[in-house]
Structure formats: structure tokens, C-alpha cells
Design a binder for this molecule. Sequence first.
Ligand SMILES: Nc1ncnc2c1ncn2[C@@H]1O[C@H](COP(=O)(O)OP(=O)(O)OP(=O)(O)O)[C@@H](O)[C@H]1O
Length: 365
Amino acid sequence: MSITVSFRHRFAGFDLDVEFEPSSRGIVALFGPSGAGKSTTVNAIAGLLRPAQGRIVFGDRVLLDTDRGIFVPPRKRRIGYVFQDARLFPHMSVRDNLLYGWRRSANRPPKQEIDRVIGLLGLDTLLQRRPRFLSGGEKSRVALGRALLCGPDLLLLDEPLANLDQARRNEILPYLERLREEMTVPMVYVSHSIDEVTRLSDTIVVLNGGKVVAAGEVGDIMTRLDLFPITGRFEAGAVIDATVAGHDGEFGLTTLAVDGARLVVPELSAREGSQVRVRIRARDVIIALSAPVDTSANNILPATITDIRFDPGPYADVLLHAAGTPLLARVTRSSIARLGLASGTAVFAVIKAINVEPRGRSGQR
Ligand SMILES: Nc1ncnc2c1ncn2[C@@H]1O[C@H](COP(=O)(O)OP(=O)(O)OP(=O)(O)O)[C@@H](O)[C@H]1O
């Protein structure tokens, strides 16, 4: 996707000055705290807000250029929008909700796409129901399907899971992952949940106070110590794309290859060669000066400290590089002093826990 977003707008008491041009594949996340300007930004992309000044270009289509007096109205942008509340038509069945936009869209996908989207979102058994008989998660899936069946060039998802509890979110995230793998439509995903963002997106644009404070690949953004106040220190950690290198049936383990290193995790159902995304939380990494030999930890990587950031409390965040792989460790300031840790110190990263999610289409064994 090539999208350029650059606009300024002023609400009473709030100025937005937003500029980003993600070099992107897949899902671009707009991430930031409440009131950062995320919804306003997607509204500007959708054309629901007419910024005072700016330029928004998607592919070769100029959607907004205030200098040239260009403002493409929302209905002509070929952009799908899924809101926090699903906004389904209450008097229509799920099937009619899904077909509503498809029937009217000048850009509608071929008929066989209808069944494919229904299958991808697991809506087969819900087609005759009215929205009031659906759970929150099911409503979100229908809203997604309806937006996709309009054949949008770009899909904007404004916190589509915000009204759902954690159990429902976990239920719907795999469907979003399937869409990411199976559909070619680029997506902009708004969220203030770093968990969702690291799981789904390829690029993160971090907004705060109406401005873009950082933009880049998920792995890079998540290891930026200066962004911890926004990305969240407790959840902070490295996000790494890895390849399944092999399985060890005897011990029920899988080996993953990352840049210059190998990681061992409980056996995955993913095939050898398939892609997974690994998340290693800073609080799950211990630093040692020599390689521990009598430990139960399976993953101990030689690494070099590249940055340390102290916070006002007892902790410090340490950025490490293990071959080409960045890692974060959260340790006490007293450990830093006791071990004499500094930028450039060669250490061993002892990894206590690794979270793995599937990525890419090569899938299950
Ligand atoms: N129509 C409006 N009139 C006045 N102020 C507005 C309007 N829309 C948004 N704002 C203000 O702009 C700021 C950014 O709002 P926005 O909804 O874009 O933030 P957000 O990052 O999406 O927040 P949240 O995560 O809570 O949805 C807020 O201070 C909000 O009050």
C-alpha cells in the first residue's frame, strides 16, 4: 500500500498535525492513548472529516489536496470503514447486511467472493439471524464482511474490538489474522491495545497529542526505549519474525530461526519453513555475565547491551542485540550496578518465556 497522510486540523482546544507515509505491506496500525487523534486521522482518510489543510494520497489517487482544492467525497473514495460499534442494519438478516454494500457497490467483487468472505469470517451458520441475536464478536465479524464485500481499495478499522471483552477479542483476532493472510486489501487498524497491534500489524504509527511521534516496523517500534511511556513498559518487549526450523517430537519442542540465533519453544503445529511472530517480553528476560550452565532455561543467547534507560523507580530497561536480533530486558537498577552493566557490555540473555503466533499462509502441519 502506498498511502501518504499529511494534514492539519484544529478543534477547539486541540491541534492535530499528522504526517506519515508507511512503507507498507499488510496492516498499518495507528496506535496511541485515548485522545491521541487516531479516529480523527482515519476520519480524514475516509473523508468524514475535511481537514483545514493537507494532502492525502492513496496509490495514484489524490483524495485530499487543500492547495489544489481537491476533496474526494467519502462515497467516491472506495474505502471501507468498520467502526467500534458494528452499525449493522437491525431489520436485516446477516446475509442481507453482508450483501447490502455488495449490491450497491460499483467496485463490488465477483459473486464467488461472497462465499469466500462468509467462510473466512465463519459466518455460514449465522446468515439467517438478525443482528440482535448475535454476540458482540459475531456482529464485528459481520461488519467486517460487509465492508469487505463492497470491494474497498483500503479498509479502515477503528477499534473494531473495543466494545468486546477479552474472551471475545481472543475469539475474533484469529479471523483478523486470516483476513490479513488471505485478502489483498490493505488495512489501517486503530487500536490502543499494544497486544492487538503487535499481533496484527506490520507497521505502527504512534500518535500522541495530535502528532505522530514515531512510525516504523513493529519490531523497531517495540524496542524503542523512548516510546515506553506510550507503548507501555509492563507489556514492552521484542517482537521478532521467525521461521520454523524444525520439530523435536521426542521432547515436544520446536526450533525457530531468527536473525543469527535459534530459539526453542514448546512444539508448534506450524510446518517447517512457515513464518511465526515471536514476542519476548522484557520482564521475561534475565541478564547474566557468563553463560549459565546449570539452568532449566532452554533459550540463552549471547548478546551485547546497546542502550540502558533508567526509570524513576527501581527498574531499568536494557536493550540488547543477540546477533541481529534485538531483545529487551527489564531488570532492577541495583542489578545494573552490581553487574556493572553498560552499553557495550557482552552478556547472556536468559529467556524465560516466549509467546508465538502464526504468521503467513504456510500454516498448519
Ligand atoms: N468533532 C470534534 N469536535 C471537537 N473536538 C474533537 C472532535 N473530534 C475529536 N475531537 C478532539 O480531538 C482529540 C482527538 O480525538 P480522537 O477521537 O481522534 O482521539 P483517539 O486517539 O481516537 O481517542 P480514543 O482512543 O479515545 O478513541 C480529542 O481531544 C477530542 O476531544
